[in-house]
Write a protein that binds this ligand. Structure first.
Ligand SMILES: [Fe+2]
Ligand SMILES: [Fe+2]
Length: 274
């Protein structure tokens, strides 16, 4: 495959790829080419409003997604792994959308090279997470696309399409941080159900997701400093404006602290009793 002429051109090609194998292949190729210095510039290719998606899974409202009772019966574990694979597929696109939408030409003038390094690394991690979950689904006789999936995951991207600070406030610092809160419980349940192979995959994902939240926190704080805003105050304001859900305790303070998040900030909404 020819290397993309620019990083945003590569990002847009991933977003335009509907089939997961192609999305994964382009992600790996573009992230590696950027890392190795084979792509010289970020460029100015614009991302689509929505990434391309395969014909299956059917995208449905959250309440129509099958429940995931985790136990010896593989159906519940398949439902869980399928839902997680769907989240990872969206996470691949979210990383590339961030790169393309907020590249210097798209208005976030002066983002340094390390900003793009971080989100390319995140995109490559998410692609690997999807592949791990896909392989485990195959072990269990299932595949991504077999079950309906949640249609709301691109919502956060849409509501934060004009504001990099808002995108960072919501995607890594609310949604991915929420993943850190709930993943250890899933790992325990999988182990109790005797599914060590799935538990181990979730442990890999969990460790790497801490680094994604850390990247979000680092760039959020850096942009706030540049804009002369206090990060905690800015985060509260942006979450209030752009996130319609509730920040649900219990929080995983240990993992959040490891990612550089402060309980003084994310605990604010709980203190208000919301
Ligand atoms: Fe992931
Ligand atoms: Fe992630």
């Amino acid at each position: 495959m020819a290397t993309a002429a620019s990083l945003t051109e590569g990002a847009v090609a991933v977003l335009a790829a509907a089939e997961p194998p192609e999305k994964l292949r382009l992600t790996e190729a573009t992230a590696t080419a950027w890392r190795d210095g084979l792509i010289a510039e970020t460029g100015r290719s614009k991302p689509p409003d929505r990434p391309a998606r395969p014909a299956r899974p059917a995208l449905v409202p959250p309440r129509e997604v099958p429940r995931r009772r985790i136990g010896p019966d593989p159906a519940g574990r398949i439902a869980l792994l399928h839902a997680l694979a769907h989240i990872e597929l969206n996470a691949i696109d979210l990383a590339w959308d961030l790169i393309a939408r907020f590249s210097p030409a798209a208005g976030a003038a002066g983002m340094p090279r390390e900003f793009f390094d971080d989100w390319c690394r995140v995109a490559a991690d998410e692609a690997r997470h999807f592949a791990l979950l896909g392989a485990r689904l195959a072990d269990l006789g299932a595949a991504y696309g077999d079950l309906p999936a949640h249609d709301g995951l691109w919502e956060a991207a849409k509501t934060t399409a004009d504001d990099l600070l808002a995108r960072l406030a919501i995607v890594p610092l609310v949604l991915e941080a929420r993943g850190l809160d709930v993943t250890p419980g899933m790992i325990d349940k999988l182990r109790r159900a005797g599914d060590e192979a799935s538990a181990e995959i979730l442990e890999v994902i969990y460790r790497e997701e801490i680094t994604h939240v850390a990247a979000g926190e680092r760039w959020f704080a850096r942009l706030c400093r540049r804009q002369g805003r206090a990060p905690g105050v800015a985060w509260e304001a942006l979450v209030g404006q752009h996130f319609k859900g509730v920040l649900k305790p219990p929080f995983n303070d240990e993992a959040r602290r490891a990612a550089g998040m402060s309980p003084d900030v994310y605990g604010y909404f709980t203190d208000l009793g919301s």
